[in-house]
Write a protein that binds this ligand. Sequence first.
Ligand code: GTP
Length: 269
Amino acid sequence: SDNAKASGDFSKKPTCLIFLGMAGSGKTTLVQKVTSYLYEKKPAPYVINLDPACAEMPYPANIDIRDTVKYKDVMKQYGLGPNGGIVTSLNLFATQFDQLLGLLDKRQDQHEYVIIDTPGQIEVFTWSASGSIITEALAAGFPTVIVYVMDSVRSVNPVTFMSNMLYACSILYKTRLPFVVALNKARILPTDVVDSSYAEEWMRDFEAFDEALRSESSYATNLTYSMSLVLDEFYSNLRCTGVSAVTGARLDRLLELVGDARREYLTEY
Ligand code: GTP
């Protein structure tokens, strides 16, 4: 496949965007907004829902895992709880993933983007065999970019922010794919209380983050300090923007960063 990439075949293929993020970070809302944003431009994106447990989907999907596996039936049949049911549903779906890749191959000239929504609980996808199988299969055939969705309202606490970024960092190392961070729920609605620029400042300016950490009573250990130094290194190459999945603000910037990430894939993977 390295030869295919070198010969430029990959440069004509659509970009696969895998949306990942903690439960409630706004993945589904953002997927919906990006999808309708792209629908207004042409060509329309190819949309895949990999969340077997979502009740209703606010966007039209070309492929929906719920058409193939019924997560409630899987729970009953295997005597599983909700999380086990979701993991097993994803495993069942992964066994047929080559068929989906075949479909994508046939449709690849018609699309510029393939959009993939993942299960609500992030670890179901990032720490399961099937999540890795699906990610690797996509990345072997198409330029693939991770969009990590972060809830900027819940991350105003510097320690929480750091934990979320460490998680992002672990996903980067695990997938080794180009990465874009979407700081969602940025203050764009009048009712939103948080301006996501605090996060951008923390990433740009280590002193500012260090100061915020010092004001935390829990900031006591050398480990915390060391980890923030490690993250400083991670931030230095990170593509990141505030967005609002509700209003659609700064989606243009998000897609610009996705374009940069795609170029990174084409030159380095
Ligand atoms: P699960 O997959 O269900 O775990 O969540 P998710 O990550 O897909 O998040 P979802 O899109 O369901 O959004 C969670 C909540 O955040 C919903 O109530 C959304 O309306 C809200 N939300 C999402 N994006 C934004 C945003 O940009 N601004 C504001 N104010 N709320 C948002």
